[in-house]
Design a protein around this ligand. Structure first.
Ligand SMILES: Cc1ncc(COP(=O)(O)O)c(C=O)c1O
Length: 438
C-alpha cells in the first residue's frame, strides 16, 4: 500500500515496539516509536502526541539562571521550602493574576507541577485513614493516574463533558457521598478537551468539597491559556478563574512549562491555602513525623521526593514572575500563537472528513488552544491513531485520558508550525481519500 510514510517500515516498527495495542500507547511510548520511524524513513511526522512547548524560552529566565550559576549557587543544597525571592514573587503572582491572597510562606517551588501532584497525593490522600484516593474530573492527564497507581492509591473518574453546569453537582455528590474521596483533581483549561470551567461550576466544586471535606487540587498547567479572555494584565480583571475564590480547602498547582515555555527546567509552583497549610490531620502521623499538613508536605513529601528544587531554575522562574508582576513582561503574549495554530489545524481536519470530538464549551464552540480532539467516522480512536501513523501524523488516543469518547484522539498543536500546514493538509487529504476509496 502506498502511504506518505513507507508502509513496511511503519508496520515493522510497530511490531518491534512490542506494544500490545499501539493506539493505547502512552505519550512517551509513542514519542519513542515515532522517533524510530522518523530515523529509519528520513521523513518528518506531524507530531502532535506530546504537549511540549514549541516556542523559545524567555530570555529573562535564561539570563537569570546563568547569573545564578555564575554566582556559584550549584554547590549548595537548595532550601526545602524554596528561594525566598521566588516565594514572594509567587505570592504576588497569585494576587495579581488570580486576585487571591496566599502568604509567601505557603508558596512552594516543585520539580514541575508533576512533582507537585505527586506530593499532593502523598499527603492529601493520606490525611484521613477512612478515605481512599482522588476523584479525577476527566478527561485528563494520564500521568497523574500513574502517580496514584504507583503510590497504591485508589482513584475514581468521570468524563465531565455530559455533566457541565448544574449537572456537575449531582455527579460530584455521587462520588463524594461514598466517603472515600480524599481529593478532587481537574485541570482548567482542561487537558485534553480544552473546556474551561465557569465560575458557577467552580462554586459547585468548592461547596461540595467543603461539605464532604475533600481537598481540591486545581491543576493550572495551562494558566491563562483560555485565549477567549485576556488574563495577561497584572492586577486587572479578568483574572484566571480559580477555586481559591470559593473555598480555602485547596492546593493550586501552577506549571511554568506551557505558559512560560519553561518545560525543560522542571519547575512548577504549589500554593496551599493558609487554612489548609496550618490544618492538623492526626492520620498523617501514619506516614509523617507530624500531623501538620504544610509541614508534612515540605519536610515529609517534598523532602523525600527531591530535597528541593534546582537553585538556578528557581532564579529563572523568579525573574520571569517578577517581570510579569511588574508589568514589564507579558508572559501570555508569545503563547497566543498556539491558539492561532489550533484554529488553522482544526479546519484542516474538518475540511477532510474529521470531526472535532469535544466541540462545545457549554453552549459555545470550544476555544482554540494547546490541544484539540478529533475523530474519523466509523473508527475508534485506537484504530485511527494506528492508521494515521502510516500518514505521518502522531497523537494520542482519548482512551488513555479516561474519556468516554473512545472514538477520539488528542492532538497537541505546539510542535506544528505554519511551515508544516501544507504537509499536514496533503496527508489528511490522502487519508480521507484512501478511506473513501477503500
Ligand atoms: C494537565 C497537566 N498537568 C500537569 C502537567 C505537568 O506539568 P509540568 O511540566 O510542570 O510537570 C501537564 C503537562 O503536560 C499537564 O498537561
Amino acid at each position: 500500500m502506498k502511504t506518505p510514510i513507507n508502509y513496511e517500515i511503519v508496520k515493522e516498527e510497530i511490531e518491534k515496539s512490542g506494544l500490545p495495542v499501539v493506539g493505547n500507547a502512552t505519550i512517551r511510548e509513542l514519542v519513542r516509536l515515532v522517533n524510530k520511524i522518523e530515523a529509519r524513513t528520513g521523513e518528518k511526522f506531524i507530531r502532535m502526541e506530546m504537549g511540549v512547548p514549541g516556542l523559545q524560552p524567555p530570555q529573562i529566565a535564561i539570563d537569570a539562571e546563568i547569573e545564578a550559576l555564575r554566582q556559584g549557587v550549584s554547590s549548595k543544597y537548595p532550601m526545602m521550602e524554596g528561594d525566598a525571592q521566588l516565594k514572594i514573587e509567587i505570592s504576588r503572582f497569585a494576587k495579581l493574576f488570580l486576585d487571591i491572597d496566599v502568604s509567601s510562606e505557603y508558596c512552594l517551588p516543585t520539580v514541575g507541577a508533576m512533582q507537585g501532584s505527586m506530593a499532593c497525593f502523598m499527603v492529601a490522600n493520606r490525611s484521613d485513614k477512612n478515605k481512599e484516593g482522588t476523584l479525577f474530573i476527566d478527561p485528563g492527564f494520564p500521568v497523574q493516574k500513574q502517580q496514584c497507581k504507583v503510590l497504591g492509591h485508589n482513584y475514581y473518574s468521570f468524563d465531565v463533558y455530559n455533566y457541565r453546569g448544574q449537572k456537575l453537582r449531582a455527579k460530584l455528590e455521587e462520588f463524594f457521598q461514598t466517603g472515600k474521596v480524599s481529593t478532587v483533581l481537574y485541570s482548567n483549561p482542561n487537558n485534553p478537551s480544552w473546556i474551561a470551567f465557569t465560575e458557577e461550576e467552580l462554586m459547585i466544586i468548592a461547596e461540595l468539597s467543603d461539605k464532604y471535606d475533600v481537598i481540591v487540587l486545581e491543576d493550572l498547567a495551562y494558566f491563562g491559556m483560555d485565549f477567549r479572555q485576556d488574563y495577561s494584565q497584572p492586577g486587572v480583571a479578568p483574572f484566571q478563574p480559580t477555586i481559591a475564590k470559593y473555598t480555602d480547602n485547596y492546593i493550586l498547582l501552577i506549571s511554568s512549562s506551557k505558559s512560560f515555555s519553561n518545560a525543560g527546567q522542571r519547575i512548577g509552583m504549589m500554593l496551599i491555602s493558609d487554612k489548609l497549610f496550618n490544618r492538623r490531620y492526626p492520620d498523617l502521623k501514619r506516614f509523617y513525623s507530624t500531623d501538620g499538613f504544610g509541614y508534612s508536605m515540605i519536610y515529609g513529601a517534598l523532602y523525600a521526593l527531591s530535597s528541593g528544587v534546582t537553585h538556578s531554575a528557581q532564579k529563572g522562574l523568579a525573574a520571569m514572575l517578577k517581570a510579569a508582576n511588574d508589568g514589564t513582561f507579558n508572559f501570555l503574549e508569545p503563547v497566543r500563537e498556539y491558539g492561532e495554530r489550533a484554529k488553522v489545524m482544526k479546519k484542516l481536519f474538518t475540511d477532510n472528513g474529521f470531526k472535532i470530538v469535544y466541540d462545545k464549551d457549554l453552549e459555545n464552540p470550544i476555544a482554540d488552544g494547546f490541544y484539540f480532539t478529533y475523530s474519523y467516522p466509523g473508527m475508534s480512536g485506537v484504530e485511527l491513531l494506528e492508521k494515521m501513523l502510516y500518514y505521518g501524523i502522531s497523537a494520542i488516543s482519548l482512551n488513555i485520558t479516561n474519556s468516554e469518547r473512545i472514538e477520539g484522539i488528542r492532538a497537541c498543536v505546539s510542535q506544528t508550525n505554519s511551515t508544516q500546514f501544507a504537509t499536514l493538509e496533503a496527508r489528511l487529504k490522502q487519508f480521507n481519500e484512501d478511506q473513501i476509496n477503500g
